[in-house]
Ligand binder design. Sequence first.
Ligand code: 5AD
Ligand code: SF4
Length: 428
Amino acid sequence: MNERDAERLAGGLLNDGWRLAKNPAEADLILVNACSVREKAVNHALGRLRQLFSLTRKRPHLLFGLTGCLAQHLGTEARGMVPRLNLLTGPGAIKRLPVLIKTLHGPDDFAVDLDPAVDLTPDFDPESDYRSAHPAIGPHAAFVTIMEGCDNRCAYCVVPYLRGPEVSRTPEVILAEVEYLTQKGFSEIILLGQNVNSYRSSVYRFPRLLREVSLIPGVRRVRFTTSHPKDLSRELLEVMATGSTICEQLHLPLQSGSDRVLRAMGRGYTAEHYRKLVTQARGLVPGLTLTTDLITGFPGETEEDFRLTLDLVKQIGFDSAFMFKYSPRPGTRAAELPDDVPPETKQQRLVKIIGAVTESAFRRNRELVGEALELVVEGTDRRGEPYGRTRGGKRVKLPGELLRPGRVCVAEITGAGPRSLTGRLVEA
Ligand code: 5AD
Ligand code: SF4
């Protein structure tokens, strides 16, 4: 979601006559669009702004902006945390940014817009919006936001406070945006929302929206993120199973495998419910790639709680996971609880859980060796070798092949590591 916001910020400025600098040293304006979901991301973003300030020695008029949910979170106090700040805007202000920037005339000026009201109308002309090829996804793929905000109140999470309540964009706007994108040549659509399963607009719920997006001519692949385990329905899995363009990929954040911790987190499901969901999903969608998010060291997490998480993670066998040490976030319910798991314990548990996920990821990747899979080429790595992505979202290196990004091909999987696969072209 943050990546998409950065893209929209860039799109608005490009539309308004700005150009992308080749590197920060050539820029007149530097925006750091940052997330504040975890403390580590906050420190990283502020550190980056401080470091970039050294560029003002050669470019004294360089302007700096902090945008996104971190700006919303810090408010005007952010000005005191970095050497220079000229612009401070929250996630709601993306479309207002080009106008706001016009009020800045020199390095001492400061403009702020933390109004959380999001604009759900059609986006900036996506042509300029997507002009800079997105590094996280291939040039054939485009993000489409279907909803903003979140109505859940997971005890550790700052998102509902910074991105506001759930609001869904209308199906008319979403379907028109997807049609426009396919006419521009984008064949892969990635639907975005904090909790896509609670999408709701007129008579539409997420399964119907997903099906209609998947049927638009020109759409070859559709993915979506994120699904909340408490809201994932059988109907959605059935739509995934029958929609030929809907990719076999599900990101389903587990967070913990202990019912006690899940209850304290306010997640609204049990470990058993999650396990059954996975069985159902794998039964309906063969070849499903399943990924998750996990937190170690939530307040009160005992060795026994952690063992339950580790056991469940091993039992399920994820294809990959984002794993984090718990950090208290101001304003959340969990921040009121004692942060009582010592840092070394959080770290040890993190290392163990990373080990378990790496093992299952490696095992599941090895099972694909010998199979012929459809790939879309996304780009080339540092050595100039192309890589593609499977329908399940796995990255496949294609050493020695000459393939343009966006190209569709079939490759035989010849090798597997925990994080990627290697393949050989069998069919262009
Ligand atoms: N501490 C650690 N991890 C967190 N996440 C969200 N808030 C916190 C926090 N306070 C993680 C969750 C979520 C992902 C986006 O970030 O795992 O799914
Ligand atoms: Fe945060 Fe929970 Fe909403 Fe996800 S579902 S954004 S973890 S409050």
